[in-house]
Design a protein around this ligand. Structure first.
Ligand SMILES: *[C@@H]1O[C@H](CO)[C@@H](O)[C@H](O)[C@H]1NC(C)=O
Ligand SMILES: *[C@@H]1O[C@H](CO)[C@@H](O)[C@H](O)[C@H]1NC(C)=O
Ligand SMILES: *[C@@H]1O[C@H](CO)[C@@H](O)[C@H](O)[C@H]1NC(C)=O
Length: 229
């Protein structure tokens, strides 16, 4: 009886503490200088994080009083993906913002003119990554050299096509959901026209992964396509 009631009490206490800070599944994409570092859902909740340059600090949305209760954040997602996928990152800590400034993810380090930026659901977050809480299934994008990027490519098109059948894929600028077509982007060796479109034909069945690139822009999301007989 005693053990049971202690257990129930601990459970109740934990429920109260984690009330808003349950682990949630968010979509995380990290686009580095030369390639995609991570692109998958990640289960994350607000917690302390530690970086070599910044030390150990909370990172649960209550930073700088941004939110009343703790929750998953853009930077907790980054930290949890790094832990899961065995890549590293670094960031300095600014007491005046009560937040980390991310300086490196994987091999992509900031330079004098290139910084890491973070977007939530294709818009730059108005606050730092430990202040910005994330709702389930929202899209967090960490992008290298984000502030010089001309476009944030977004790729869409059919996910299941027949071998030998022509399919049209479209590349737009996802920033702020403007969805302006992006011409001159490369997709599967072809270049998008002014309408942001390319027509692709896959001769043989099998899974394909498509990702659009453009030298002045942040590469697109990955589109997994199944080519069926
Ligand atoms: C988390 O970081 C805060 C400072 O932001 C610190 O006061 C606290 O002790 C840390 N907690 C843990 C468990 O490391
Ligand atoms: C993302 O933003 C769009 C446009 O503002 C909105 O319609 C959509 O609900 C948002 N999605 C999420 C998961 O917040
Ligand atoms: C995107 O939206 C934000 C917030 O609404 C705004 O401050 C920013 O200027 C917009 N950027 C572009 C390129 O439209």
């Amino acid at each position: 009886m005693r053990a049971l009631s202690l257990g129930s009490t601990l459970f109740l206490a934990a429920s109260l503490v984690f009330a808003n800070n349950f682990p949630r599944l968010v979509n995380l994409r990290i686009e580095g200088a030369t390639g995609t570092i991570y692109e998958a859902p990640i289960l994350t909740r607000g917690h302390n994080i530690t970086t070599a340059s910044g030390g150990n600090h909370h990172c649960d949305g209550t930073n700088f009083g941004a939110n009343a209760s703790p929750g998953a954040t853009c930077t907790s997602a980054l930290a949890d993906a790094a832990h899961l996928d065995r890549f590293t990152f670094d960031g300095t800590f600014f007491e005046e913002f009560d937040d980390f400034f991310i300086t490196r993810i994987g091999d992509s380090s900031e330079t004098a003119t290139q910084d890491w930026g973070v977007l939530l659901n294709f818009s730059f977050t108005p606050v730092g990554g430990c202040q910005q809480e994330v709702k389930p299934f929202q899209h967090v994008l960490w992008a290298f050299d984000a502030f010089n990027a001309e476009h944030f490519l977004k790729l869409d098109g059919p996910r299941v096509i027949h071998a030998g059948q022509a399919a049209t894929y479209t590349v737009v600028d996802g920033l702020n959901h403007t969805n302006v077509p992006v011409g001159g982007a490369t997709l599967n060796g072809q270049t998008t026209n002014a309408a942001g479109q390319v027509t692709l034909i896959f001769p043989s069945p099998g899974p394909r992964s498509l990702k659009a690139t453009k030298s002045d822009s942040i590469r697109s999301n990955r589109l997994d396509v199944l080519v069926v007989p």
